[in-house]
Write a protein that binds this ligand. Structure first.
Ligand code: CA2
Length: 142
């Protein structure tokens, strides 16, 4: 089983800015924690980040036939991107939406996720553990 982790804009800054919201863990730290858990579960993972909406769309399209599940933290594009939503819907690969923070407990504009209706489920609010829970959920949905 192969799981593709996709990370959207600004998540490359994790651990370096706004630690009161997003913590001090870097994306590289999270990737390493995900790899450790994936090894226990005997799951292959690929971990990517992009600040470009179009690149994320292309990666979602290319997942078909190459990955069993997509776990996606679309970051700000969660709330704005019809393109990501359409790509997830079109590719047919089961997707799980994750967030570090509880988007429902934050500003109103973060309460709406455009990708939630085309994802199998949403995990948010558990910091870096949201990624581990996303991985475990991917074993469940596959
Ligand atoms: O809680 C999450 O995981 C979010 O997807 C993070 C996004 C935000 O726009 C979503 O509403 C919720 C923001 C990612 C930006 O990350 C930063 C990290 C460090 C410093 C600045 C931004």
């Amino acid at each position: 089983m192969k799981v593709l982790f996709l990370n959207g804009p600004n998540l490359n800054l994790l651990g370096t800015r706004e630690p009161e919201i997003y913590g001090r863990t870097t994306l590289a730290d999270i990737s390493s924690q995900v790899r450790d858990r994936a090894a226990q579960l005997k799951v292959a993972v690929e971990f990517r980040q992009s600040n470009q909406e179009g690149e994320l769309v292309s990666w979602i399209q290319e997942a078909k036939g190459n990955f069993d599940v997509i776990v996606i933290n679309a970051a700000a594009y969660t709330h704005t991107s019809v393109a990501l939503r359409d790509a997830i819907s079109a590719t047919g690969v089961p997707a799980i939406e994750i967030h570090l923070s509880n988007i429902h407990a934050r500003e109103d504009f973060r309460h709406k996720s455009l990708i939630a209706p085309v994802c199998r489920g949403q995990i948010c609010g558990f910091g870096a553990k949201s990624y581990i829970l996303g991985l475990e959920a991917s074993v469940y949905v596959k």
